[in-house]
Design a protein around this ligand. Structure first.
Ligand code: HEC
Ligand code: HEC
Length: 271
């Protein structure tokens, strides 16, 4: 009897340590290792790109944002556009009408969210971010969306998103960090203007950005806004000037550039 008990204990202890040994190493553990294999070094590089895009992938970046500004906590925050998404790719996407592999999805965010240049599929940056996403997705089930994927979809409030009301919310609850002119401060990145995401970005969508804001902003007092306040401030962000959608024609770009120059000269676009 006692012998069986000890055997069971020993077995339990053994399987526990085996589990621990097989568990996914943290990024810090990987960074501390003297030698990394090809996959592991790509994970670390990919993590660095997501956290400090400006520093590690500058050749493809046009905005002042880093991936982690939207894919919160390096893509590990549920309902903050988490990046443990490898199991749901490739998937069809209405935005470009083709089956999108993970690589294309990463490249798209460089072009729109970072208002930069689309890196080639084989570029070291895309390969590294793909390795990091693969690492984050360990344990996820292929074909099943991850837990609290994307951002929440806010329910109908019965009142349309209203940018005028949103400008009041912005002044009271956002401007301290993001700046009265939306251009960001040392505490937070820009939310409109030349350093922000462009008009073609997934973030430039009232419903989606409202879900992001409601679940994640104001930083430190998340979920304190009502759904209506989140929708209103999202509508306010939506009408601000930001870089053009790169899919628009050159003539339209020129018109927008002139309009932006004129209005920034007269100080428009400020709350
Ligand atoms: C301005 C905010 C923003 C920034 C910065 C940003 N993204 Fe995104 N990203 C989004 C949004 C919003 C979506 C989902 C939008 C959609 O479905 O259209 C998304 C989707 C993705 C997806 C697909 C995720 C999914 O849920 O299916 C990947 C992968 C991705 N981004 C990678 C990156 C990488 C890598 C960077 C940095 C190089 C980056 N993003 C920077 C906003 C951003
Ligand atoms: C206490 C400071 C703070 C306040 C207040 C705050 N934010 Fe943020 N916000 C941040 C920081 C910091 C980030 C980047 C998050 C990161 O990198 O982890 C961010 C990111 C964002 C983003 C995505 C990145 C970008 O720049 O486009 C949006 C959109 C946003 N905030 C909107 C808002 C809105 C709207 C409010 C008011 C309801 C608000 N924030 C209030 C600090 C703040």
């Amino acid at each position: 009897m006692t012998r069986n008990w000890w055997c069971a204990m020993a077995l339990a202890a053994f399987s526990f340590s085996a589990m621990a040994a097989g568990a996914r190493p943290t990024i810090e553990e990987l960074k501390a290792r003297p030698v990394l294999d090809d996959y592991e070094s790509n994970i670390v590089y990919g993590y660095n790109i997501v956290m400090e895009t400006q520093r590690y992938a500058p050749r493809y970046v046009g905005s002042r944002l880093n991936c982690t500004n939207c894919h919160l906590k390096g893509g590990t925050q549920p309902e903050g556009f988490p990046l443990n998404v490898e199991g749901v790719y490739p998937r069809w996407r209405a935005k470009n009408g083709v089956r999108n592999g993970l690589g294309l999805r990463i490249r798209d965010c460089f072009l729109y969210s970072l208002n930069g240049v689309m890196p080639p599929e084989e570029s070291p940056e895309v390969q590294a971010v793909a390795a990091y996403i693969h690492y984050l997705s360990e344990g996820e089930v292929i074909g099943r969306p991850p837990d609290r994927w994307g951002v929440p979809t806010l329910p109908e409030t019965g009142s349309d998103p209203n940018p005028a009301r949103g400008s009041v919310v912005y002044k009271q609850k956002c401007a301290a960090c993001h700046g009265a002119d939306g251009q960001g401060t040392a505490a937070a990145p820009p939310v409109w203007g030349p350093g922000s995401y462009n008009a073609g970005a997934g973030m430039n969508n009232v419903q989606r950005v409202a879900g992001f804001i409601w679940a994640n902003m104001p930083l430190g007092s998340e979920r304190s806004l009502t759904h209506q306040e989140a929708l209103d401030v999202a509508a306010f962000l939506h009408i601000q000037l930001r870089p053009f959608d790169p899919r628009t024609t050159n003539l339209w770009k020129l018109v927008e550039r002139i309009a932006q120059a004129v209005s920034s000269f007269f100080g428009a676009g400020k709350p």
